[in-house]
Ligand binder design. Structure first.
Ligand code: ADP
Ligand code: MG
Length: 327
């Protein structure tokens, strides 16, 4: 199986026709057209086997997830997705693996009308690097540095599910696992949240005009909100009891473990954002329209860092730091 046959599989399944693609897969480079009055928003994420995903992860899930993590970065900027380029390194020229990867990728790409327009195919340890391109109206991208003292903090969806799903796969810490009463529907939900995250693209686009700062939760809530704190030169107080959690998570794990996963667990790909109180009503209306659950979790204060409050409003010492490479 030659390299060009693998590329052909990807092209057949993932290169949707788009009017703004002048030259797609098949030449030395892609040529695309950016709509007038818009700016290009570009992000890249690499998934390394055994580091970012368990070695036994299915190829279709990898295809979905490699796109999802990038769409989540675009969502956090408020960008509308358009194109992707894929650098894939494979241990062997395995057409079945590539076909299943393409199927998972295409399933999510179709939801967003995103087209694969190019890439590179090489041999080596399984690694997937995807670059995704999207648009925002000029000057309108959401940034990390816009939070102001007094803004309130909201998060989409629920937190901790993906980290809970990983623990289910590793068979650690689930109270129901220890008592032998595992609920398969709960487990499947949590594992699906790990393998097939739903990037909040529509919510991000809707928030563009309303939020003051935004980031996606990839490394853990405290770590990622800490990036907004640093970039905006504010502090945050977060209510531990305000953190949204799924019933699946709370059924599977003790409350203390759930809190840890909600604050420190990575891979949720929800959006956490700050917003002026005056914009909250409009935001809630537009989130209801996009069908996206949001929860108010805290407030921006003078100071630095992210502080967790217990139910009595007292600051708690929390060590959850989120995921970091090279430590
Ligand atoms: P070149 O040698 O000029 O870099 P390649 O043989 O690497 O070209 O690629 C041929 C075409 O296939 C190019 O259009 C390239 O963008 C595309 N391509 C290669 N690998 C991939 C991939 N993994 N996903 C999508 N397109 C790919
Ligand atoms: Mg060339």
């Amino acid at each position: 199986m030659a390299e060009f046959q693998l590329i052909e599989i990807l092209k057949r399944r993932c290169a949707w026709p788009r009017a703004d693609v002048r030259v797609g897969i098949g030449d030395d480079a892609a040529v695309v057209e950016v709509p007038a009055g818009h700016e290009l928003v570009i992000c890249t994420d690499t998934l390394v086997a055994g580091v970012h995903f368990p070695l036994e992860t299915g190829a279709a899930d990898l295809g979905w997830k490699s796109l999802a993590v990038n769409l989540s970065d675009l969502a956090a900027m408020g960008a509308a997705p358009a194109w992707a380029t894929l650098a894939i390194t494979l241990p062997s020229a395995d057409p079945d693996f590539v076909a299943r990867f393409a199927e998972g990728f295409a399933e999510l790409a179709a939801q967003h009308e995103l087209a694969l327009i190019g890439g590179d195919t090489t041999s080596g340890p399984l690694t997937i690097t995807l670059t995704v391109h999207g648009f925002v109206p000029a000057g309108r991208a959401m940034r990390r540095g816009g939070a102001r003292i007094g803004d309130v903090v909201y998060v989409t969806g629920t937190l901790g599910d993906a980290a809970g799903g990983l623990r289910c796969l590793q068979h650690v810490g689930a109270s129901s696992l220890e008592s032998g009463s595992i609920d398969h529907a709960d487990r499947d939900f949590l594992v699906a949240r790990l393998h097939r995250p739903s990037p909040r693209v529509a919510a991000g686009i809707a928030l563009r005009a309303l939020a003051s700062a935004c980031i996606d939760v990839s490394d853990g809530l405290l770590a990622d909100l800490g990036h907004i704190a640093a970039a905006s030169a504010v502090g945050f107080e977060i209510g531990e009891d305000c953190l949204p959690g799924s019933s699946a998570l709370f059924d599977q794990f003790d409350t203390g473990v759930c809190r840890e996963l909600q604050m420190g667990g990575g891979d949720d790909y929800e959006l956490v954002f700050t917003i002026a109180e005056a914009n909250v009503a409009a935001m809630l209306a537009s989130m209801a329209e996009t069908g996206c659950r949001v929860s108010r979790i805290g407030r921006a204060i003078a100071g630095a860092g992210v502080h967790v409050l217990d139910r009595n409003g007292q600051r708690k010492h929390v060590t959850a730091k989120g995921w970091e490479h090279f430590t």
